[in-house]
Design a protein around this ligand. Structure first.
Ligand code: ZN
Ligand code: ZN
Length: 138
């Protein structure tokens, strides 16, 4: 499912770039023709190139916006997920998740802080290693 999602996103990006690119070329050709030889170029062709190019440019940008919005949402989710994980510590007594660095459990009042047996640095209970000297704690 994830692979399919990536594929759709990839197609949207390519389609967006192509549409915008073709639109820019059509718009440029239309404007150049209008500038160099306005009398000998059929008006229909000029309108087709300029208005068609205009629609393609904005359509392409719109598609790119959708493709990259998906990407940015995913990026934000991936960035925030590990942060939320490290920000909570389960209470050894009741299992309640408390913010990292909490001294007491917010639910049962258990003292969450202890000291490292090696260096005496205060460490939050539930941590496996001392953050100062690296000693394995439990
Ligand atoms: Zn607790
Ligand atoms: Zn230590």
């Amino acid at each position: 499912m994830n692979g399919k999602h990536e594929k759709i996103k990839c197609i949207l990006k390519i389609a967006g770039f192509c549409a915008a690119g073709v639109g820019v070329v059509a718009e440029a050709v239309g404007l150049i023709l209008m500038a160099i030889d306005p009398l000998n170029v059929p008006l229909g062709l000029l309108l087709f190139l300029t208005s068609g190019g205009f629609i393609l440019i904005f359509g392409g940008i719109g598609v790119l916006g959708i493709a990259f919005r998906r990407e940015s949402v995913k990026y934000e989710r991936d960035e925030l997920a590990p942060l939320q994980e490290t920000q909570s510590e389960p209470c050894p007594h009741c299992g309640e998740l408390n913010a990292a660095g909490s001294l007491f459990c917010g639910l049962c009042g258990e003292n969450l802080q202890t000291v490292c047996p090696h260096c005496g640095a205060p460490v939050v209970r539930g941590r496996k290693f001392c953050s100062r000297c690296g000693t394995k704690l439990f």
